[in-house]
Design a protein around this ligand. Structure first.
Ligand code: NAD
Ligand code: DAU
Length: 352
């Protein structure tokens, strides 16, 4: 059993990292959390307002690939735990600018692993948890599911860069004995997700009366998990996970994209008191994503069996709650969907 006392969280101003900090900073008042985040377009301190003055929380603006800064933070804070979220995370952006993904996801992860190795030597009372994705396993046909033994087969620049970072984390464990754990999780949804991703994008556009872009015929399938359930899985892995082990995390909630978009459209209409079907009329089939993976599904049997983890949210209840959150937090959506977002979105949409 590992008991964190001083935790470096990378990428804590992004979607999953901020949900992690919002849950764990109040849950563990005796544990110090340092959030290292570059505040790219995807990171926003607005997400963290409710904990910004907590005595056990510190924000550092900086780059995980800055070796001097990372070394200095290890010296200053004597971390015994790293939870590594920071990444370029959006597949469509990786198609536009792959090298940014190699830099942050591969070089940035290597920089953190090396700093941990230098600071920790052969200590075994420490943990480096690397947060990764099911996309490293490639694309499934209509049946089957990924698990911890599935061979890697990444197919986008994003997933290839995440696969590279997973391999480095595993290599540091095998070569240097660094106490590493890795998790590969399916698609998350919930509060504070940047509105380039399908769920918040569709909620925002449905509310604004703008087109709901569905790639291809909308038949691709993703396996959805509420971000709070992912956060609870990570908390368990940190404390009770075995070093050197990988954990597959998923909600056993596979849906075709078109089903997700139709459900979101109906929930937005319901929440806004509109006539049923209003938002469905906005659905627009657009040019497919190049190399679009067909289907992802995760088999989380190992984390269920060994750590007794179960998701608390059903997809239906979680999606309803999520729609309510975005519509009740329109000012957050307006603040993050700034001019650079609108430029990106316009380029993407024109290209379809
Ligand atoms: P996100 O894009 O919302 O947030 C990424 C955060 O990292 C941002 O705050 C950004 O400012 C920060 N960041 C980017 N480059 C940085 C750098 N060089 N130095 C420091 N900070 C930097 O991402 P997310 O959706 O929260 O994903 C977090 C992690 O979880 C990623 O590693 C991603 O691969 C993984 N993951 C995401 C999902 C999902 O569905 N979103 C599922 C499985 C795994
Ligand atoms: O599976 C985990 C991964 O999930 C994470 O590792 C990534 O960081 C995260 O971005 C997510 O990747 P996806 O590519 O699956 O998420 P996205 O929200 O971009 O798209 C979900 C599905 O919806 C995908 O099949 C593409 C489709 N899509 C997406 C957008 C943005 C559309 O049909 N229309 C859209 O406008």
């Amino acid at each position: 059993m590992h008991q964190p006392r001083s935790v470096l969280v990378t990428g804590g101003a992004g979607f999953i990292g901020s949900n992690f900090l919002l849950a764990l900073v109040p849950r563990y008042p005796k544990v110090q959390f340092v959030n290292l985040d570059l505040l790219t377009y995807a990171g926003n301190l607005l997400n963290l307002q409710s904990i910004e003055d907590a005595p056990n929380y510190t924000f550092v603006h900086g780059d995980i690939a800055d070796a001097d800064l990372v070394r200095q933070l290890f010296d200053e804070h004597r971390f015994d735990t790293v939870v590594h979220f920071a990444a370029e995370s959006h597949v469509d952006r990786s198609i536009l600018d792959p090298l940014a993904f190699v830099r942050t996801n591969v070089v940035g992860t290597a920089t953190l692993l090396e700093a941990a190795r230098q600071a920790w030597g052969d200590r075994d009372d420490v943990r480096f948890h690397h947060v990764s994705t099911d996309e490293v396993f490639g694309s499934l046909g209509d049946t089957g599911a990924f698990d911890e033994a599935t061979p890697y087969d990444p197919r986008s620049p994003y997933s290839a860069s995440k696969a590279g970072s997973d391999h480095l984390a595993r290599a540091y464990h095998h070569t240097y004995g660094l106490p590493v754990t890795i998790s590969n999780c399916s698609n998350n949804y919930g509060p504070f997700q940047f509105p380039e991703k399908l769920v918040p994008l569709v909620i925002r556009n449905a509310a604004a009366g703008e087109p709901l872009p569905v790639y291809g015929r909308g038949k691709n399938t993703r396996d959805w998990l509420h971000v709070a359930d992912h956060v609870d899985a990570l908390d368990l892995i940190l404390r009770e996970g075995q070093t050197g082990e990988t954990y597959a995390i998923g909600g056993r909630a596979e849906r075709r994209n078109i089903e997700v978009v139709e459900t979101l459209a109906d929930l937005v209409d319901e929440h806004l008191g509109r006539a049923p079907g209003t938002a469905r009329d906005l659905i627009t089939f657009v040019t497919d994503r190049p190399g679009h993976d067909w289907r992802y599904a995760m088999d989380p049997a190992k984390i269920e069996r060994t750590l007794n983890w179960r998701p608390a949210h059903s997809f239906e209840a979680g999606l309803r709650e999520t729609v309510g959150w975005y519509l009740d937090n329109a000012e957050w959506l307006d603040a993050v969907a700034d001019a650079s977002y609108r430029d990106y979105y316009a380029t993407q949409y024109d290209a379809r």
